[in-house]
Ligand binder design. Sequence first.
Ligand code: DX5
Ligand code: ZN
Length: 221
Amino acid sequence: MIAPSILSADFARLADELAAIHGADWVHVDVMDAHFVPNLTLGLPVVESLLKVTDIPMDCHLMISDPDRWAVGYAEAGAHNVTVHAEAAADPVRIARDLRAAGAKAGLSIKPGTPLEPWVEVLKEFDTLLVMSVEPGFGGQGFIAEVLDKVRTVRGLVDTGHLNLLVEIDGGINAATVERAAEAGVDCFVAGSAVYGADDPAKAVAALRAQASAANHRFTA
Ligand code: DX5
Ligand code: ZN
């Protein structure tokens, strides 16, 4: 699955930018609060408007403090998957249950320096794990390959039935890195600058998907 991140899109033309990624599996929407991360993007009112102009399932990545208070609103608005940060959540299990009760999938994200092991039990309540492969806050940063160890570990936990979730990766995914991530066991690839920096964003989505599939035949089996 490919999830273009609209962080790299033209914010004055978001409806057109959504139309430009037809064929994408999810659209990734980065919510930043200038508190959990040193950048500010958009919030629930913009998400509500975007939901009205696209059928692409929305993947909301909340880089915010106090997701315990704010996350469920995105699920109630109609987001397909709502991801909160493990480093910010006071009660992630409660958040996951609230998100699912509101009809969304529940995602947990870990920053590059956050270990996986302490979160494995909690992840039994979640539908997606978003492994950050850059420090959250900005698009266009370089891929941190060390996080692939966490991807391989969680892939093993899923394949042996200990967890039942999608493994998602976010940050620095492009033609040069997508294959390594696919080989490590990623299911869903977020890509911002690699998609919206391309002349034809929809073509870039298809090309990334083809590269990922070729690198890991789990996708075509
Ligand atoms: C960064 C965001 C990412 C960002 C990725 O904090 O979470 O979703 O858009 O951008 P690229 O793909 O350019 O690294
Ligand atoms: Zn993101």
